[in-house]
Design a protein around this ligand. Structure first.
Ligand SMILES: Cc1cc2nc3c(=O)[nH]c(=O)nc-3n(C[C@H](O)[C@H](O)[C@H](O)COP(=O)(O)O)c2cc1C
Length: 192
């Protein structure tokens, strides 16, 4: 299986990166695994022209938004590591999604009969979502739950099946519960 790990944390040695690293090293060696750090990609924000709809290339000059889209097409399984920023995904990951509307769904923007067609059907995803907020507040709609909902809005539009969500609370005190979270991450990776 082709597995693409997408790390949306800018912190190379942060909680999200640590958990994704643990998942990567516990995946069966028969898989082809690639990791991309969103912060390593240069991406201009979407300019909202919607000229990409229903199925055209983005009019902006090619950049990281296209190269990551190619890797998503290649992958069978997407593993997203996402720190909660203001109850949502980091803006960098959102820029990638905004720049790739037709990667996820084909829809005629001006059509009266709005029938979106998922473009990534058959692919699956696992989510690792980390929050500074302690449990149970971390599960409020304004925290992890809102972030998962936002991610699922895009992935569900694409027909990507979300297999699991690892919710990590209290990231500022991560050391205290690190072993338990690492075990969970390893178990999820071995289940693939
Ligand atoms: C700009 C910004 C906004 C944040 N907003 C939230 C938030 O709304 N809720 C929360 O629980 N933590 C919030 N945090 C804390 C991050 O979720 C936490 O630092 C992160 O999960 C740690 O992951 P990392 O070590 O991979 O960076 C925020 C952090 C930053 C930098």
């Amino acid at each position: 299986m082709n597995i693409l790990i997408i790390n949306a944390s800018p912190r190379r040695n942060g909680v999200t990166s640590g958990l994704l690293g643990e998942m990567s090293s516990n995946m069966d060696k028969g898989h082809v695994v690639e990791t991309v750090r969103i912060d390593d990609l240069a991406m201009r924000p979407c300019i909202g022209c919607l000229k990409c709809r229903p199925d055209k290339p983005c009019i902006l000059p090619p950049d990281g938004a296209q190269s990551l889209a190619e890797k998503i097409r290649w992958a069978d399984l997407l593993v997203f590591g996402v720190p909660v920023y203001w109850g949502n995904m980091p803006g960098t990951l959102k820029i990638f999604f905004d720049r790739n509307v037709p990667l996820f769904e084909y829809c005629e923007a001006r059509s009266v009969r709005y029938i979106p067609l998922p473009r990534l059907k058959g692919k699956a995803a696992m989510l690792v979502v980390t929050a500074g907020c302690p449990f149970p507040y971390s599960l409020l709609p304004s925290q992890i739950t809102g972030t998962v909902r936002s991610l699922k809005t895009v992935l569900n539009a694409g027909g990507v099946k979300v297999l699991s969500v690892l919710r990590v609370s209290d990231a500022f005190e991560f050391e205290k519960k690190k072993d338990a979270y690492m075990r969970k991450a390893a178990r999820l990776a071995r289940s693939i």
